[in-house]
Design a binder for this molecule. Structure first.
Ligand SMILES: [Zn+2]
Length: 551
């Protein structure tokens, strides 16, 4: 590694605050705090399939503020009418308690004066306290993409920063393609940073725009930059090598104190650095202040709430906040996990607002089930436990799969304690599918609720949709809280397909109330019956978990 020892080639004077390390280059002491800069609403919304209305954007920003990030990049005013409307409405409609709203743009174009540049003018008009501008910091991109000279690229950076500073704005400077550029021509990339710093940029943000850099290179390169500049250095990573979070940590170890990323790792291609992992890694493992420590437990609910707002199903395997992040498919080790959870979990899940979950599988024994009951706060004596175990085995034999249907499993366990849902009583339901007209399905549901008989008919684009609508119509007036609960996914699988249409159908339904997501199951030879079972459990589970005053 000795040939990679940082040298600054006239790009700046290296200060001597670095302690010696064994890497062949020097790392500073870890910072006490880093600023979290969320760019979900700008870079994150480049993700395929992610499209937000202005209202959605305002609500995502509220959630990020609730989480306690320092900066929220709201979008690119002037680039599209939606972002323009967002910045126009934000001052009146967005009450931020902690976060500073940031508008994004680029440096002036080549050969144009800053005051005549459309993008810079929009940035000034966006009415934010801070702006972030992107500049090309790689020689290749200056020559090939911009087709301009080194000197003009430096002038674009310096004059744009100076112009925004003259308008009283705090300026974050995104050095695009910095890592690739630095590897090819470090002197030029450092001169771009120098130009921005001297013009008054508050933070020099080193961007790995192609996302291909690995952590050891990040550490070395960021250390070179933090050693050469007195102003704040930030990092911005894309996840193309699967290293965005690791690179973020490497950058902070090398002295960066400003971290850009997106909640849930949203972003173009493979996404940006996932703040839902970067924040707890920095806070809990490196003891660096990120968001206020008492808000760390908001991480899981905020992550799920935003997933809901952007309409992308949460990834159960997402580190820290995923539904499976602390789920144990217990077998032989069940009792050991119960004794010493810390031996099987890398952090206490409560710290990030998540929880330990025991997955009950076909191999489940009595002790797993007992722990599941305990997790739910249910008291099951040995007889009841034995009966549930028998029921479970029988149902699994018939095609139920409770490992993925946590909602239905909980209802099953509750029923074993003698509990019965009293929200409504089903008398009957009927579904008619008419392929003559518009391919609509019609469902009729008859229920008894509070002693009264209610009959409701609704149309839908399929049996589940029609039944869901009819049931909600029938009981919705009694339970206005139901309006906040909706189905997010519906999956059908045919089991034993060798039997053709006589096969058994398994239906899984995912439901959410915006913070919690649950899965319910139905199995039957009749797809409508299977769908009804899953739907029924989904609604009952939702009502059960609403606080009585919210129902
Ligand atoms: Zn980016």
């Amino acid at each position: 590694m000795s040939n990679e020892t940082g040298s600054n080639d006239g790009a700046g004077v290296r200060t001597h605050r670095h302690a010696p390390a064994s890497h062949g280059f020097e790392l500073p002491a870890l910072p006490e705090a880093v600023d979290i800069f969320d760019t979900t609403l700008r870079d994150g919304s480049q993700q395929e399939g992610l499209s937000l209305t202005v209202d959605d954007k305002l609500r995502v920003a509220e959630q990020l503020d609730h989480l306690g990030v320092a900066f929220i990049e709201g979008g690119w005013p002037g680039a599209n009418p939606k972002d323009e409307e967002f910045f126009a409405r934000a001052p009146a409609e967005l009450r931020l308690s902690m976060a500073t709203l940031v508008a994004f743009g680029s440096t002036r174009r080549p050969g144009v004066r800053p005051e005549d540049d459309e993008v810079l003018r929009h940035l000034v008009k966006a009415n934010t306290e801070a702006v972030c501008i992107v500049a090309k910091a790689s020689e290749l991109h200056v020559v090939e993409a911009l087709r301009t000279t080194h000197d003009e690229a430096l002038a674009m950076a310096a004059e744009s920063v100076a112009f925004l500073r003259e308008h009283g704005l705090r300026v974050f400077f995104d050095a695009e393609h910095f890592f690739d550029g630095y590897r090819a021509n470090p002197e030029f990339s450092m001169r771009v940073l120098r130009a921005a710093a001297e013009a008054g940029a508050e933070t020099l943000v080193l961007c790995d725009t192609n996302g291909g850099t690995l952590p050891h290179d990040v550490e070395r390169i960021v250390a070179d930059v933090t050693g050469a500049f007195d102003c704040q250095v930030g990092v911005h990573f894309h996840n193309d090598s699967g290293c965005a979070v690791a690179n973020t940590i490497a950058g902070v170890r090398a002295g960066a104190t400003h971290v850009q990323g997106c909640i849930n790792g949203y972003g173009e291609r493979t996404g940006n650095a996932d703040l839902a992992a970067a924040i707890p890694n920095l806070s809990l493992k490196l003891n660096i202040r990120t968001i206020p420590s008492e808000r760390l437990e908001r991480l899981t609910p905020v992550s799920h709430h935003i997933a809901e707002l952007v309409n992308i199903a949460p990834n159960p395997q997402q580190p820290y906040v995923g539904a499976a992040a602390f789920a144990h498919k217990a077998g032989l080790h069940t009792s050991a996990i119960a004794r010493r959870r810390d031996a099987y979990e890398h952090i206490n899940p409560d710290a990030v607002g998540n929880g330990t979950r025991f997955v009950v599988s076909e191999m489940a024994g009595r002790s797993t089930l007992a722990m599941k009951a305990e997790e739910l706060g249910l008291e099951l004596d040995s007889d009841a436990l034995g009966r549930v175990l028998d029921t479970l085995k029988d149902l699994e034999h018939r095609g139920y799969h409770f490992e993925v249907a946590d909602g239905s499993l909980e209802l099953l366990l509750r029923r074993a304690t003698g509990w019965e849902q009293e929200f409504f009583e089903l008398e009957s339901f009927r579904v008619i599918s008419d392929h003559e007209a518009r391919h609509m399905t019609e469902a009729t549901v008859k229920v008894r609720i509070d002693g009264a008989r209610v009959l409701s008919t609704a149309e839908g684009n399929g049996p589940v949709n029609a039944l869901d609508t009819a049931l909600r119509q029938a009981i919705g007036a009694h339970y206005p809280g139901l309006a906040g609960i909706h189905l997010t996914d519906y999956r059908v699988r045919v089991l034993d397909s060798g039997r053709g249409t006589g096969a058994v159908t398994r239906v899984l339904i995912d439901t959410t109330d915006g913070e919690r997501t649950w899965t319910t199951i139905g199995v039957s030879e009749n797809i409508i019956d299977a769908s009804w079972q899953a739907l029924f459990d989904s609604i009952v589970y939702g009502l059960l978990h609403l606080r009585p005053e919210e129902r």
